[in-house]
Design a protein around this ligand. Structure first.
Ligand SMILES: [Fe+2]
Ligand SMILES: [Fe+2]
Length: 472
């Protein structure tokens, strides 16, 4: 096995070269990662030169270094945000104590579980997206797909670093298992169900980046509050990259909407499929699907696990520091939706067991912002259509509303009626078959598929026409 010059091949700010034990562990894992990338990463991309951002340090200006890179040679680095002097635990029963620089023995298995669950989503998304390059609508989009893929690969490295550095032998075993579970695999699927759903087409991809990477944002925020300082610092740095993924999602959906609204105005109808566009009502169905499966990612409304993680000080709330309460939550309540007869009502629940629901609420508020901007695009074009986030009880598979026949506007209806109307609310087989006909690969510089508008600007000051990916 060839040895690696880590400071060169794997940029890092964790002094890898000073830690022989850790270096050896990562040296053994690295070829498995590359095998996984070649087998499960972007399909047929191995000789492409791609204009990519690589993190080479964490300073505000220096962390995004742009260059043309052959994809398997991407330098997956390990970075922690700068250490905060005298950082204290901000919540739970250890509130006010110094943050832990090592894993507290009594929380070892809970911390490992949180890190493994987060780590599992990173390679899962790469697997879900692996065939999209074959139908990219433009070189600009192809580059963004690859950028996200390599950064999710780096997020996997970030979690594997924690497992190797802090969890000994069981950490190394978990790191290996992260490469043996696969998205959608019948025997060894990924841990969370939304990460086993195929990302079939570019509408799926844009909505995935908007909604599912946004779940990532909220999970990373909650973990960045952790009393386990290396986890906190790792997640803080990951959030800088996550912002770009959500940008690709919001602008991607926005560009499809813009094109659809333009076609609707031009032909004075929402029914634009014959003109090569995706009609706005179909986009609403994709939105309904991704939003609802992502709400599931936040877990049960009432969760003792979440309460325990909170009290232990290992997973906090979104922007914990700016919440005005005691950060211990004993005796406090939080409003949680539940079903009462055929109505959905809000009931007071102990705030501690409602920590998941609170994070989901924060996510809902954040998700609405992009929807408002999309609606403005449509209104500005003078088209009469408005996107809405479906009710949180619609199409759920986890928690109080799992499997219940509830409409997008939150009405409980009969099961057979729901089944009859399902295709009005969620992409049907024929919707997907239609969208598939639009998914033709366009990779000439400056060209773009007809169903999506070009971006307002290119990457890092380059024009849209720039050759972001060179095939060789
Ligand atoms: Fe990620
Ligand atoms: Fe992401």
């Amino acid at each position: 096995m060839s040895s690696i010059n880590y400071s060169d091949k794997i940029p890092n700010n964790v002094n890898l070269s000073d830690d022989r034990r850790l270096q050896r562990a990562l040296e053994q894992w690295q070829p498995h990662f590359l095998d996984w990338w070649k087998a499960m990463g972007p399909d047929g991309s191995h000789n492409f030169d791609v204009y990519l951002r690589t993190a080479i340090d964490v300073s505000p200006k220096g962390w995004a270094h742009f260059d043309t890179v052959k994809m398997p040679d991407y330098r997956w680095g390990i970075f922690l945000a700068d250490k905060e002097e005298d950082r204290r635990i901000g919540f739970g029963m250890h509130k006010g104590q110094p943050a832990w620089q090592d894993v507290p023995g009594e929380y070892r298995s809970e911390l490992r579980r949180l890190i493994v669950t987060q780590g599992d989503t990173e390679p899962a998304s790469v697997e879900q997206q692996r065939r999209l390059g074959l139908t990219a609508p433009s070189l600009y989009d192809l580059r963004n797909l690859f950028q996200i893929n390599v950064e999710e690969g780096r997020h996997l490295w970030a979690m594997v670093y924690l497992l190797h550095a802090y969890f000994g032998r069981d950490g190394r075993e978990e790191a290996d298992a992260l490469l043996t579970r696969h998205s959608g695999d019948a025997d060894k699927p990924r841990i969370l169900s939304a990460f086993n759903v195929p990302t079939d087409d570019w509408l799926c991809f844009y909505f995935f980046c908007y909604f599912q990477d946004r779940d990532g944002k909220f999970q990373l925020h909650a973990l960045s509050e952790s009393g386990f300082d290396p986890l906190s610092r790792t997640c803080k740095f990951m959030l800088t990259e996550e912002a770009h993924h959500m940008f690709v999602g919001e602008t991607g959906v926005g560009r499809v909407i813009q094109r659809s609204a333009e076609l609707s105005r031009q032909h004075d109808t929402l029914d634009i499929r014959t003109f090569g566009g995706v009609d706005l009502p179909t986009l609403q169905k994709y939105l309904n699907f991704y939003y609802s499966i992502c709400l599931d990612l936040f877990g049960q409304e009432k969760s003792t696990n979440a309460a325990n993680f909170y009290s232990m000080g290992i997973k906090g709330r979104y922007e914990e520091g700016s919440i005005d309460d005691d950060h211990i939550l004993e005796g406090l309540t939080y409003k949680v939706p539940e079903i009462s007869g055929d109505r959905i009502v809000l009931a007071d629940m102990p705030a501690l067991t409602a920590v998941n629901e609170r994070l989901r609420d924060d996510y809902r508020v954040d998700s609405q912002k992009g929807v408002d901007r999309w609606n403005k695009t449509i209104a500005d074009l003078g088209v009469d259509f408005k996107f809405t986030l479906p009710h949180q009880a619609f199409h759920r598979n986890i928690g109080s509303f799992a499997g219940l026949p509830i409409t997008p506007d939150g009405k409980v209806i009969a099961k057979d009626e729901w089944a009859r109307r399902r295709d009005d609310w969620l992409p049907s087989e024929s919707d997907k078959a239609f969208v598939a006909t639009l998914m033709q690969r366009v990779v000439e510089p400056g060209k773009i598929a007809g169903w999506v508008a070009p971006p307002a600007r290119g990457i890092h000051g380059k024009p849209f026409e720039y050759e972001y990916v060179k095939f060789s």
